[in-house]
Design a protein around this ligand. Structure first.
Ligand code: FES
Length: 201
């Protein structure tokens, strides 16, 4: 297939997104933008989808649909990344040995070294498949029961599983493993192709 055909297919599959205001804001739903969704046929075929992160600010998350599943794309802060290196005691699978993720995401940020702030993960709880809520800080309706030392992460409203900002599940939760990370690669600094492997070299 020629490069032109590939490019034109990809343009059709752009699946960007709506931004969730996070820092200092209350919880906001994370809707899909239906009009930008890839076609059902393309999704069923597992076609990769593009995510434009050019406008994504620190603390914000967008949701992209890939293979019928929500994929969270989150931009974290330097402070978040420091927490992710030190929150290991409370996690069930710190290095994601039992969790689904590409080898190029084997680090505390679970992301590309060059783009450590950007996290890409499936928004599907590994217990029974609910969509965990993004709870970036305590200024959030879901944060009430999480304790004063909550440093941000995800809360599953179905049975209470907690994940950190890399999608790593806390110990003793109903969810057994971390949020899965799909294959993905950078087309440029601001465009991610979800559904196709890259390399962290
Ligand atoms: S589905 Fe998430 S905790 Fe049960």
């Amino acid at each position: 297939m020629s490069a032109d055909v590939n490019n034109s297919k990809r343009r059709l599959l752009v699946a960007a997104t709506s931004v969730v205001g996070a820092i200092g804001a209350g919880f906001v739903a994370v809707p899909f933008i239906k009009s930008w969704k890839p076609s059902a046929r393309a999704l069923a075929a597992g076609a990769p989808v593009l995510a434009d992160i050019s406008k994504l600010e620190e603390g914000q998350m967008i949701t992209v649909e890939w293979r019928g599943k929500p994929v969270y794309v989150l931009k974290r802060t330097d402070e978040n990344l420091k927490v992710l290196e030190s929150d290991t005691d409370m996690l069930a699978d710190v290095n994601s040995d039992a969790s689904k993720q590409p080898d190029y995401c084997k680090n505390s940020a679970r992301s590309y070294d060059k783009h450590a702030k950007i996290s890409v993960m499936e928004g599907v709880c590994t217990h029974l498949g609910c969509a965990p809520k993004y709870v970036p800080d305590l200024n959030n309706p879901f944060a009430g029961s999480l304790g004063a030392d909550w440093k941000g992460g995800f809360f599953c409203p179905c049975h209470g599983s907690l994940y950190d900002l890399s999608g790593r599940v806390y110990s003793s939760m109903p969810a057994p493993t971390n949020l899965p990370i799909p294959p993905y690669k950078y087309e440029s600094d601001t465009v991610i192709l979800i559904g196709q492997d890259g390399s962290n070299a």
